[in-house]
Design a binder for this molecule. Structure first.
Ligand code: OFO
Length: 179
């Protein structure tokens, strides 16, 4: 049985993961409307991935005898200055998520809930990859520069990254991995 403190902390993480999904959905919609179809594609896949992160925690909490509570969410930002502004914000958000997962891990250890701490290892590893992918994207956006040809090539690159991301999501079972 999970303790009340761990249950509360996991519910807060459920809220953050779902909020992440909505933040990326808002960014995807902006990118789609502003001539970046490849980046939009990548962000739409990221939206699905965050929803899976949220669902995994919902099932985990309920399976352990806790209660996953589905929270209200504040509206995400809808306007961005540029594509690099979008990805600067993605990076800041992922860094915030990494810190929040570390906090959640600390709560589990404090409560001597080593089962939950062990479960969270997956999220800790996932965050290393997510931060590094977004840093890499930001570097590429900077390299591509403001010129149209650079943006065009970068957007093609995004299409390839989105296809690879979707394939790896399907390989890991996608939404089925959490049911
Ligand atoms: Fe992108 O973060 Fe979820 O965990």
């Amino acid at each position: 049985m999970i303790t009340k403190n761990v249950e509360k902390a996991i519910n807060e993480q459920i809220q953050r993961e779902e909020h992440s999904s909505r933040i990326y959905l808002s960014m995807a919609s902006w990118a789609e409307r502003n001539g970046f179809p490849g980046a939009a594609n990548w962000l739409y896949v990221q939206t699905e991935e965050e929803r899976i992160h949220m669902l995994k925690l919902v099932h985990y909490l309920n399976d352990r005898g806790g209660s996953a509570v589905i929270p209200a969410l504040e509206a995400p930002v809808a306007k961005f200055k540029s594509l690099s502004d979008v990805f600067e914000q993605v990076l800041r958000h992922e860094e915030y998520i990494s810190a929040s997962i570390n906090e959640l891990y600390a709560v589990c250890v404090k409560e001597k809930d080593y089962t939950s701490a062990n479960y969270l290892q997956w999220y800790i590893t996932e965050q290393i990859e997510e931060e590094s992918t977004v840093r890499n994207i930001l570097d590429q956006i900077k390299l591509a520069g403001a010129e149209k040809s650079g943006s065009f090539l970068m957007d093609k690159e995004f299409v390839a990254m989105a296809v690879a991301k979707r394939a790896s999501l399907a390989q890991s079972g996608g939404a089925n991995a959490v049911t």
